[in-house]
Each structure stands twice: as C-alpha cells, then as structure tokens.
Design a protein around this ligand. Structure first.
Ligand code: F0G
Length: 475
C-alpha cells in the first residue's frame, strides 16, 4: 500500500516500519511485540529533522486543531455520506489509514450512552452511565475495529481475510467481508461460542471452521495459516483494529460534552479493547481536546484471569497463560495477545484490574437487564467489577463511571435463559455463596410460567405478585 500517512511503531522496542513491511502475524521482527499506528502528530513521533533520514516515515503535517475538528465532527452528523454517518469514520482525521474510497462501513459506532439509575442507586452512586457498544450493526464493539482493519485489507488488495474468535470478532469480520466482497475464514473453538454469534458468521457467508481446541489454540493455528497463505489476519494483533476501536473514546467525550469521566470500566479478554481506548484517550489529551484522561480499569472473570494474576504476582512484568473457564464465553481467553499494551494503559491512566466470580457476573448481568438495557455476559463483568471498586473506595460514589458494555444481550440468549431458570451455575460455582447473594439471585430471576389458556390463571399470577411486592395493580 503506498498510502503513507502513518507508520507502525513497535510498542516493545520502538522499532518503526513502513505499513507495507508488516509481517503476516503483525509482530515485530526485532522483539516479537505488537505494533501501534503512529501518525506525524502522534506523541513521540519522529521530528521533521529525523524524518529526513528515513523515507519510510510519513511527511509531518500540521497538528490537528481540536476546535476545528470538534466542529467538523459535529457537522458530519448531518451529512448523507456513509463515511460521515459512520461513528468511526466521522473521526477519520485522526485515523487516516486508508483512502476514503476503500472504506467499508455499516454505519458502525454512534452507540448510546445510557443512564443506569437502579444500578447507581444500589451502589450508592450519584449516577452511573453505560456506553452500549452492543448497539453496533453486528451487536458488538468489534464492528468499530473491523471497519478499520478490513478497509485496510481491501486497500491492500487481499481476497481472503481470517480471524480466530470467541464469536464476536468472527461475526463482525464475516459481515464486513461480505459487504466488501471478500472471502472470510473463521476459526472458532468447537462447542464454545454462543449460538447468536455462530449463526451470524454462517449467515454472512464466512467459511466457518470449528476447531477441537480453545480460543488460544485457534490463534496458534491461524498464525501458521497466515504465514503460509496470502490471507489477511484480522485478530486484534492487527494494529488497525485498534485504530477503529479507539474512536468510542472520542464519541464518548463528545457525548459527555468534553467533560472527562473519572472511570471507564472495560471487560478484559484478549485485552485489545482497553488498549485501544487507552490510545484514544491519550491522543485526545496529547492533541489538547482534554486535559486529563479517565482511569481505565479492566475486569476479568476469575476463571480467565491471566492479567489479574500477572499484576498480582509480578506487577505485570510477565504473564503466565491459564486454561480459561467461564460461562462468559466471549472472554474465555487464557493467553491474551495485548496484555503488555493493557499493562501500560493501566499504569498510564491509574486504573486497576479486578476479577469477578461466575455468581457476580450472573447477578450483574440480570441487574443490567433489569434496567431495560441488557448485555452479554462478558459485558456484565464491568458492573460486577465496579461493585468491588466502589466497595473499597477505589471509585468514589460521587465520581463519574462509565461501563463499557461490549455485546448485545441477544448474542447469548442461552446464558440468560439458564440464569432465569436457575440452571446456569454448577454446584461448585454456587458453593460458598452467602445467604444474601442467593437471595439477590432469586430476586432477579424471572422464570416463565406455563398455564392453561384462561384469564383466571393469568390473573392469579398477577395477584400473587401483587401480594409479594405489595404494589397496587393498575386500574
Ligand atoms: N466483550 C465481548 C462481548 C467480547 O466479544 C470480547 C472479546 C471482550 C469483551 C474482550 O475484549 O478481547 O479486547 O479484551 N471477544 C473476542 C472475539 C476475543 O473473538 O470476539 P478484548
């Protein structure tokens, strides 16, 4: 690709390469770490004098102007152009990675920021907000990254794209590949992804391969495949995915009228999302849009907690992969690719990594559902984790916290139904639950009832509920 507006900088050793020189696995030839996209205006980018020595570096341009961009981004909202309507490409001035005519968009982004009054009240907080990335075209936050990286694949002339996935990346990739007329290969762990996600990749026409292994095993196989065949890798080691996934940070700041929240709470799986948001907020600060960044905290499931362990065992210097187990299948990941980037984001923003149990995730998911919002299990770790951060004072009750809800509740209806039927958690997962925890679960459960088709039977149910809640029935 000769479109030189950016270069790739290794986040490990600092090596800079031209975009066209990236290896198929997007790892640095020198140290094996991951790259990030660097623009002439990026913090630490080479100066003009240094630039003279390297033809691979993009020509330095004027630093983007925050007031002009804020106005332009707002203006684009009223445009009829698809790239202006996209909540990713509306911000394209800060991700000039492909020429406009190669952009593949489904009008992703533009996701709502919801108030969560019941959850806030339960936590004793003044207010709590949730940015629902599950409201993207394929039902997860992955669309924001996929539109970016898949557009780069189109510009580079690839015919095939591929990813290993716990289900959402594959759904997003399959959709965007279909829109672009590319062929897509999905590798997923056999029997371990939610039906909603599997059905999407089939519907969008991907070649879907279920491997008898876990997510981490799928990644290993795919890395070999892209080394042997001309297939473009769309896992989040691809730095362009993160360029798209940084834009919810911009959109959120816009929605907050440029008031910086104190905390962003993100689920942690392969750890790309927290890294991307960290980059987005850091760029906003570097360019002068904001004066400080929010604390970004990552929440993992106890059974899939390699980052949590790494931080507790050795301060994030080394990461020991784990065999991952959690009902939140999206984050059932034991060897996260972007863990070093995540450690840097936590350190740079002052956030934390917490772990939460299966019981805590299930309850939090039901509570988010009871707000009339809903999310998939992996997203609910954010509320479960926030409870811990509030309980020990790391998040103040008067502070502004934003939960990043990553997936739509319809992605994994099996989990939801099992919870409400009381069939989700195993005996060992329930062992050790306190009385109050069990009572909270029981209170959130909404079992469907099967009745004979007569009005009296239904009204008797309403009567029994009226007694239980002592709330008057509407006249
Ligand atoms: N939430 C949902 C709904 C996800 O699908 C994922 C990751 C995450 C959170 C974690 O984000 O990996 O950036 O830390 N899903 C990937 C997939 C791995 O293949 O769909 P992360």
């Amino acid at each position: 690709m000769s479109f030189s507006t950016h270069i790739l900088r290794c986040t490990g050793c600092g090596e800079r390469i031209a975009a066209a020189d990236a290896q198929s696995n997007f790892r640095c030839r020198v140290c094996g770490d991951l790259f990030e996209v660097e623009y002439p205006w990026s913090e630490g980018a080479p100066t003009e004098a240094e630039h003279a020595y390297s033809a691979s570096r993009p020509t330095p341009k004027n630093r983007p102007n925050p007031s002009a961009l804020r106005y332009l981004w707002q203006e684009r909202r009223t445009s009829t152009l698809s790239i202006d309507q996209s909540g990713v490409w509306r911000f394209r001035d800060l991700l000039p990675i492909v020429p406009n005519d190669h952009i593949v968009t489904l009008r992703e982004g533009n996701t709502p920021l919801y108030e969560m009054p019941k959850c806030a009240a339960a936590l004793g907080m003044n207010w709590l907000l949730a940015k629902h990335q599950g409201m993207n075209p394929t039902g997860s936050f992955k669309d924001t990254g996929m539109t970016a990286a898949l557009s780069v694949a189109v510009a580079a002339g690839f015919e095939w794209v591929a990813c290993a996935s716990t289900g959402n990346t594959s759904a997003a990739m399959a959709a965007y590949a279909a829109r672009a007329g590319l062929r897509s290969l999905v590798l997923i762990p056999d029997g371990q992804i939610a039906w909603g996600k599997l059905s999407q990749s089939m519907d969008y026409g991907a070649t879907t391969v279920q491997l008898r292994t876990d997510f981490d095993g799928c990644v290993r196989v795919l890395t070999e495949i892209v080394a042997r065949a001309p297939i473009y890798l769309l896992n989040s080691v691809n730095p362009y995915r993160l360029e798209g996934q940084k834009t919810p940070a911009f959109e959120l700041l816009e929605q907050m009228e440029w008031q910086v929240p104190h905390h962003i709470i993100v689920p942690g799986g392969n750890l790309a999302n927290c890294s991307a948001l960290g980059k987005g907020f850091a760029e906003m600060k570097h360019l002068g849009f904001i004066h400080r960044v929010p604390k970004i905290s990552v929440i993992q499931a106890e059974g899939a907690n390699p980052l949590y362990r790494s931080l507790h065992d050795n301060g994030g210097v080394a990461l020991e992969p784990v065999a991952a187990h959690t009902h939140a299948s999206a984050i059932r990941i034991g060897n996260p690719a972007s863990w070093k980037k995540a450690v840097r984001v936590l350190a740079a923003t002052g956030g934390w990594c917490e772990q939460v149990s299966e019981r805590e995730i299930a309850l939090a998911k039901a509570e988010i559902g009871a707000e009339g919002i809903g999310c998939e299990p992996a997203s609910a770790v954010t509320l479960a984790g926030l409870k811990k951060l509030v309980a020990d004072g790391r998040v103040g009750k008067e502070e502004t916290a934003i939960l990043l809800l990553t997936g739509h509740t319809l992605k994994d209806p099996g989990y939801t139904i099992d919870f409400h039927r009381g069939e989700l958690l195993s005996e060992s997962e329930l062992a050790g639950a306190t009385e109050s925890e069990l009572a909270q679960h029981a209170q959130m459960r909404r079992q469907p009832v099967v009745l004979d088709p007569d009005a009296d039977s239904v009204l008797r149910i309403l009567d029994s509920l009226t007694v239980q809640t002592s709330a008057p029935l509407p006249a």
